[in-house]
Design a protein around this ligand. Structure first.
Ligand code: P1T
Length: 385
C-alpha cells in the first residue's frame, strides 16, 4: 500500500503494514518462524539479526496497529501486561505514576506487588474526576495510566483533559484502549502519548493468542520500547503476531457486530427487574454517557450487570449455555465472568469494595452470535428477582 496515511480505517485494517511479499508475491504476510538471520559479514544484514530484537511478522503487526491508532511506531509484547511492564521500565526509584483506581486486576497487582517493591511510587486515583488527577500530581510524576472504559465498571476518563494535566506536569499519558479498540476510540488524537492493548482481546478477536502492544508517535518512547524488546525480551512469537494480524483485518466488522449485540443486551437487561444495575457506556442512563459519546464513536461489546448477591451471580453463570464462564473478553464468542473471584481477585477486598466490584457483579463479553439466541440464553439463566 502506498502511504498508510491516505487510507481510512477499514482499508488500513486489511492492508496496513502488509504489502504482498516482495520475493514471492504472497498476498498474505508470511509467518517468519525463525529465530535468526544469515548475515553477509559481521553486522551486515537486511535489518534483522535476531528475532528478540525484531522479526518481520512482528514488524507487520506493529505497523498495522500503529496505523489503526494513528501512531507512527508500534512495539508488540508477549502479553498485555508485558506491554505495560515495558512502558513502566522507563522509570526508576522515586518516580511517581498515577494509575486509574479501576484497572484490570493484573495491572493493579503488577503495580502494587512488583513495581512498588522496586521503588516506584503509585497513586491510584478515580480518574473520572479530573480534579482528583490534578490533586495527585507531584513533582516526581512521570506517567498517568488510565483505562477507559474501565474493566469491569465502565468508568470513563476524559482523555483530552487527562492529557492536558499530564503535559502540564511534564508527564506522559498512556491509555489502555483494550475495551474500546481504535475502531471506537483513538486516544492519540485526543492528546495521549501512548496507547496499549491487550491484543489477546478484540485486536485478535478469536481467543487463541496472548499478546500485547504499545503504539506511540513519541520517538523517544518508541526507542525505549524497542530497546525493552531487545534488552528484556518479553516479545511475542511470529505465529502469535500473525494470528493477531489476521484478527485486525476484520476488527471493524467485528466491532460493529459486538456493539450492536451489546447495546441490545444492555437495553434488555435494563428493562428487566431481575438485573439491579447495568453498566454500559452506550446507555443514556450511564452517568458518563455524554462524555463517552464525545470521545468515542461507539461503545464496544462489554456489559456488566449487578445481581445483588454472589449466589445469584453464581446461578446466572451456571445456567447460561451460549455464554461460557471464563476469564478474558473480546472474542467472537460470548463469555461471562465474575470479576470479584476472577479478573479482579488480586485486588484487595477493601479496594474492591471501595470501587464497587461486588460479589454480585458479573461481566459479559458480548460475542457476535445471533442476538436472539444470546437474549434467550440470558433470559433463561437470570435468576428470579
Ligand atoms: O492478559 P493480558 O494480555 O496480559 O492483558 C492484560 C490486560 C490489560 N488491560 C486490560 C484492560 C485487560 O482487560 C487485560 C486482561 N484482562 C482479562 C484477562 C480479563 O478477563 O479482564
Amino acid at each position: 500500500m502506498k502511504s498508510d496515511r491516505e487510507f481510512r480505517f477499514a482499508t488500513l485494517a486489511v492492508h496496513a503494514g502488509q504489502d504482498p511479499d516482495p520475493t514471492t508475491g504472497a498476498v498474505m504476510p508470511p509467518i517468519y518462524q525463525t529465530s535468526t538471520y544469515a548475515q553477509e559479514s559481521f553486522g551486515v544484514h537486511k535489518g534483522y539479526d535476531y528475532s528478540r530484537g525484531a522479526n518481520p511478522t512482528r514488524s507487520f503487526l506493529e505497523k498495522n496497529v500503529a496505523a489503526l491508532e494513528g501512531a507512527v511506531y508500534g512495539a508488540a509484547f508477549a502479553s498485555g501486561l508485558a506491554s505495560i511492564e515495558a512502558m513502566i521500565k522507563r522509570y526508576s526509584v522515586g518516580d511517581h505514576i498515577i494509575s486509574g483506581a479501576n484497572v484490570y486486576g493484573g495491572t493493579d497487582r503488577m503495580f502494587r506487588q512488583v513495581f512498588a517493591k522496586l521503588g516506584l511510587e503509585f497513586s491510584f486515583v478515580d480518574t473520572r474526576d479530573p480534579d482528583k488527577i490534578s490533586e495527585a500530581v507531584r513533582a516526581e510524576t512521570r506517567l498517568i495510566l488510565v483505562e477507559t472504559p474501565t474493566n469491569p465498571l465502565m468508568h470513563i476518563t476524559d482523555i483530552a483533559v487527562a492529557a492536558e494535566i499530564a503535559h502540564d506536569a511534564g508527564a506522559l499519558l498512556m491509555v489502555d484502549n483494550t475495551f474500546a479498540t481504535p475502531y471506537f476510540q483513538r486516544p492519540l488524537e485526543l492528546g495521549a502519548d501512548a496507547v496499549m492493548h491487550s491484543s489477546t482481546k478484540y485486536l485478535n478477536g478469536h481467543s487463541d493468542v496472548i499478546g500485547g502492544i504499545v503504539v506511540t508517535s513519541n520517538e523517544e518512547v518508541a526507542e525505549h520500547l524497542h530497546f525493552m524488546q531487545k534488552a528484556t525480551g518479553g516479545v511475542p512469537g511470529p505465529l502469535d503476531c500473525w494470528l493477531v494480524l489476521r484478527g485486525t483485518k476484520t476488527l471493524h466488522t467485528r466491532m460493529e457486530a459486538h456493539q450492536r449485540n451489546a447495546l441490545r443486551i444492555a437495553e434488555w437487561l435494563e428493562g428487566d427487574e431481575r438485573a439491579a444495575d447495568v453498566f454500559y457506556p452506550g446507555l443514556p442512563s450511564h452517568p458518563q454517557h455524554e462524555l463517552a459519546k464525545k470521545q468515542m464513536s461507539g461503545f464496544s461489546g462489554m456489559v456488566s450487570v449487578e445481581l445483588g448477591t454472589r449466589g445469584r451471580a453464581e446461578e446466572f453463570a451456571r445456567e447460561t449455555r451460549v455464554f461460557s464462564l471464563a476469564e478474558s473478553l473480546g472474542g467472537v464468542e460470548s463469555l461471562i465472568s465474575h470479576p470479584a473471584s476472577m479478573t479482579h481477585a488480586a485486588v484487595s477486598e477493601e479496594h474492591r469494595a471501595e470501587l464497587g466490584i461486588t460479589e454480585g457483579l458479573v461481566r459479559l463479553s458480548i460475542g457476535i452470535e445471533d442476538i436472539e439466541d444470546l437474549i434467550d440464553d440470558l433470559d433463561r439463566a437470570l435468576p428470579a428477582a
